[in-house]
Design a protein. Structure first.
Length: 190
């Protein structure tokens, strides 16, 4: 089984559409948060995610948009967009656990702690080895990487729309449940 992972789309429907166009066949697709931005909701992005049956969680941008920190913009969104479009992300959890054919997966937005920035080479990556999962995925930093922590494959797919140096192009990731191998894919490099 192949799992595709996106994160930090930040309301860029064009970048997400490019991911779906270039993505190898995936049995499941996960979105590790920040599908929208705190000041930019995009119904087209939500429609693409919902149309592909993507399993989504909220990131820090959804928490701001749907929390009490941005009430004026949220009210504007309620007047502009269909309720089902807003509820797709407003009702999403902040973490999700999956069992894909016996392969245990945890999806969060920031790693192990609230608003944590885990980058490649971080000493915090060692803590993932103690978790009871085969794969843990998260976003938040926009920096893609795959790391093996004991028996746990740790994946950050980066961002398909707002890459951070050293990346110059958007990224997403895949995970093969049979080989337990993760891979980063760069848009435009099929």
């Amino acid at each position: 089984m192949r799992i595709a992972i996106v994160s930090d789309i930040h309301a860029d429907a064009e970048a997400l559409a490019q991911v779906f166009e270039e993505m190898p066949d995936a049995d499941e697709i996960l979105c590790a948060g920040d599908a929208v931005s705190e000041y930019e909701f995009c119904a087209d992005t939500v429609a693409l995610l919902a149309g592909r049956g993507v399993h989504c969680i909220q990131g820090n941008h959804e928490a701001v948009l749907f929390g009490d920190r941005n009430p004026r913009y949220l009210e504007k969104c309620r007047q502009t967009y269909p309720a089902e479009s807003l509820s797709f992300l407003a009702n999403a959890p902040t973490t999700r656990e999956f069992d894909f054919a016996g392969v245990k997966v945890l999806m969060t937005h920031t790693g192990l702690g609230e608003d944590e920035y885990i980058r490649p080479g971080s000493p915090r990556l060692r803590a993932f080895a103690a978790l009871p999962y085969d794969m843990v995925c998260f976003g938040h930093t926009h920096v893609p990487f795959v790391h093996q922590a004991g028996n746990v494959t740790v994946i950050n797919p980066g961002s398909c729309s707002q890459p951070r140096p050293p990346e110059r192009t958007g990224t997403y990731a895949t995970f093969d449940t049979e080989t337990k191998q993760g891979m980063i894919h760069r848009l435009g490099e099929r």
